[in-house]
Ligand binder design. Structure first.
Ligand code: PLP
Length: 457
């Protein structure tokens, strides 16, 4: 099992060949099978004797892989798709073969150095100070949770260890579910939901209105406010400048969730909408969404990493060698989030940035924004669909005139079954509708036209 014998060599060659094929081809959308279908086609694959390399590889190629959707298909428009660059995807193969422990400087100085350069690029886009730093975690969910845990620890420290009866964090209806989940289910923290404006944006003025009517106890319970730079459902950016200002006045931690939209920082045509982000105490963006990296990676940045380290460093006698000696612990990624062992998951982004340059990122993100604007014009011009929210970034939410829930579902199922497109229903103000999320530079206006046309009959 651990020798590089003939069987291992042929398996490795097969995997390399399959990987390169996948990088080369325009992958089919593929489809979802039921447990019963998979049971019939694949059967029991884990057995005491093993089924052998040839059979396992064939099973993957013929049955299992085609039962996994290709998120980088140009007409995968549901949720938030992904579109890894070739360099990022290829480098991910190498990382998989390399057995690198990405948690500490001692064990992975080269990888951490490279990841930190990628983080620095993002910090500079956001205008965060030189002192800013962080870590790549698994996804936005872990990034938001880790930031909020650091925020609460910093608040407790700032209040001299005195806790309010309840802690609370301010957000709005369009704030991502992962933030509410982190607060309510994981941290047992209350949520103060501030009404959004007509596009669902959290604004500084809405928070000020709340402050006018809040009791002292309510005010005192708040330790952070979460703003979203690119809401997932609507693609809209909150009033970052106004929120940042209130947060600073009140001494609250200002967290910006840019899991999807943060990539827009690299696009000059929308950069002004992010003004105020430079005030953030913490900020996340998912490279696996709109920064062309494979799953899974979230860049988590802190204005003052010392506060994050105080909240997150795990202490254990067997770890003292990592945490106590400054010459060994130059930067331990495990210190900045809720994790210890980690894959160096920022490396595909780093490699692709190093290979292609940051201008290529700017251009690719601008391409997706230009396609979004053109598709918006198609929607505006068509009679059968109505745009529901004016977008800031690359999400278009719209309704098909006269359709019921069942119509949306039947249409969505049919497009997936025919492997034409993956577009799912969503809701806006309680009404069913649908949306395009466009992060793939290979998605064309013609792709979107095709999907819009499929809604005519
Ligand atoms: C996708 C998303 C998240 C969650 O990120 P995961 O990587 O899926 O865990 C959080 N916030 C926003 C705004 C998102 O779009």
């Amino acid at each position: 099992m651990h020798e590089y014998d003939d069987a291992a060599a042929s398996l490795a060659a097969r995997m390399a060949e399959l990987s390169i094929d996948r990088l080369q081809m325009q992958a089919p959308l593929d489809r979802t099978l039921s447990p019963a279908e998979l049971e019939e086609l694949a059967g029991q694959t884990v057995t005491p004797g093993g089924i052998g390399g040839e059979a396992a590889a064939q099973l993957w190629e013929d049955v299992l892989a085609p039962a996994c959707l290709s998120i980088d298909h140009p007409r995968y428009l549901a949720f938030i798709p992904g579109a890894p660059s070739k360099a990022a995807a290829a480098f991910d193969m190498l990382i998989g073969a390399s057995s690198i422990y990405g948690g500490s400087w001692l064990e992975a100085s080269g990888a951490v150095y490279a990841e930190n350069q990628a983080l620095r690029w993002i910090a500079d886009l956001a205008g965060l100070p030189e002192s800013a730093g962080g870590v790549f975690v698994q996804g936005g969910t872990n990034g938001n949770l880790s930031a909020l845990v650091a925020a609460r620890a910093a608040a407790l420290h700032a209040r001299g260890g005195t806790r309010p009866a309840r802690w609370a964090v301010m957000l709005t209806h369009e704030t991502h579910s992962s933030v509410k989940h982190a607060l309510e289910s994981v941290m047992d923290v209350d949520v103060v939901e501030i009404p959004g404006d007509d596009r669902g944006r959290l604004t500084g003025s809405a928070i000020r209105s709340w402050l006018e009517i809040a009791t002292d106890e309510q005010r005192h319970s708040v330790f952070a406010v979460v703003a979203t730079a690119g809401t997932t459902n609507l693609g809209v950016i909150d009033d970052l400048a106004g929120i940042g200002e209130v947060a600073r006045e009140q001494g609250w931690w200002f967290h910006v969730d840019g899991a999807y939209g943060g990539a827009g920082l690299a696009a000059p045509s929308v950069r002004a909408l992010f003004d105020g982000i430079e005030q953030a105490d913490s900020f996340i963006v998912d490279p696996h969404k709109w920064l062309f990296s494979p799953f899974d990676a979230c860049a988590l940045l802190y204005r003052d990493p010392v506060l994050a380290r105080a909240a997150h460093t795990q202490k254990a006698s067997y770890l003292d060698v990592l945490t106590d000696d400054p010459t060994r612990s130059v930067w331990n990624p495990s210190d900045y989030a809720i994790h210890l062992t980690r894959r160096p998951r920022g490396l595909p982004l780093w490699f692709s940035l190093a290979v292609n340059g940051t201008d290529a990122y700017r251009d690719a993100i601008e391409t997706t924004l230009a396609v979004t604007r053109a598709a918006r014009e198609l929607i505006d011009a068509a009679d059968h669909v109505n745009l529901l929210v004016d977008p800031d970034l690359s999400v278009l939410i719209f309704e098909r005139v006269g359709w019921s829930d069942a119509d949306y579902n039947a249409w969505s199922d049919r497009l997936l079954k025919d492997e034409i497109a993956f577009v799912t229903p969503t809701k806006h103000r309680g009404r069913v509708c649908t949306r395009f999320a466009i992060v793939n530079p290979r998605t064309t206006v013609a792709d979107l036209q095709l999907v819009l046309d499929s809604m005519r009959d």
